[in-house]
Design a protein around this ligand. Sequence first.
Ligand SMILES: *Cc1c(COP(=O)(O)O)cnc(C)c1O
Length: 391
Amino acid sequence: MSFKSIDDRYVAATYKRFPLELVRGEGSLLYDAAGRRYIDMGSGIGVTAFGHADAAWISAVTAQLSAVAHTSNLYYTEPCARLAEVLCTRTGMARVFFANSGAEANECAIKVARRHAADVRGLDNAVIVTLKNSFHGRTLTTLAATGQDHFHKLFQPLTPGFIHAEAENIEEMQRILDEYPVTAVLLECVQGEGGVNALSGGYLTAVERAVHERGALFMIDEVQTGNGRTGELYAYQHYGLHPDVVTTAKGLGGGLPIGACLMAEGVSGLLGYGDHGSTFGGNPVAAAGALSVLSRIDDALLASVREKSARIFSALSGAKGIKSVSGLGLMIGIETVRPAAEVVADGIAAGVLCLTAKNKVRLLPALNIDDAVLDEAIAAILAAAAKGVEA
Ligand SMILES: *Cc1c(COP(=O)(O)O)cnc(C)c1O
């Protein structure tokens, strides 16, 4: 009963899949059709925040599924309202627009920035500054925002109005802010797809100040870093930043598609009736899943994310075949002597599923991964990184 060949024949060939047919999950474990067990160190790219088949999440989602699964945004549903309330209460933001993905959450942020330029500042041809090596999504506009040329080449013309600045270079950022009609800066506190590069608090604070001094918006893409991933509810909270817009998705739904664009008081009125919308956005089932996820991201959980992070950093740093370990919380990049793809392949052979980001092995385990399971995965990663490497 192999379905790999059917997928290979009929699904658009945009993904290079590993030859695993996964049929079942439980916590941080996944099982293939033959019953083989894998430790999931990627969580579906940072999505299944509390692992697979999590009982509390299933019961929240299925209760809503049997009550009402979808109504459209023509009517009120309770999970959508409550989720917006929780997100605002826990961040101090004023209003939330719900989308279905990270890219869509960023599209909303970009629309807010454009309205800010037109309505508030009267700027013509306003630009949005993003960083080199960033990743903001795959729609044509979020691709334009993404500061990696190799994503752009085949899809011209992209949406105009983006400038890419070098991360950690505050002088260049200030120069761009002085030279161009900048309406917003959009960045990730830890660049995920770009290689798990944590930006410094000093740089982030300086960018925020420079942006706000000029009346532009400071917008943070927390699609990957958000929802407990880095050891705070949102990564910007590590640095005491005051963003005008925060976008998030991935782990928010715990496995169901949802995205959110959080807007601070000063900008929450920019999008009015008819300015934006989504058929599925804020869908009650996805929102019920997100409410379950957020209700469990409390101080104790965040402290344990930071402990598990320290456990990984101390086990891997300086180990044979490992050049460096980067990241924040349970968002970790490992620079290995061997090519990352080879380390990942050996990990799979040993029953551990890791991701890559650029030239690094990337880990995004479930926030509640069991310490014994985590240690087992670390041992396999250490072995794969050390294989064939001279001492
Ligand atoms: C994954 C990601 C996105 C895109 O999210 P999708 O849900 O795939 O559209 C945007 N920004 C960042 C930082 C991401 O990691």
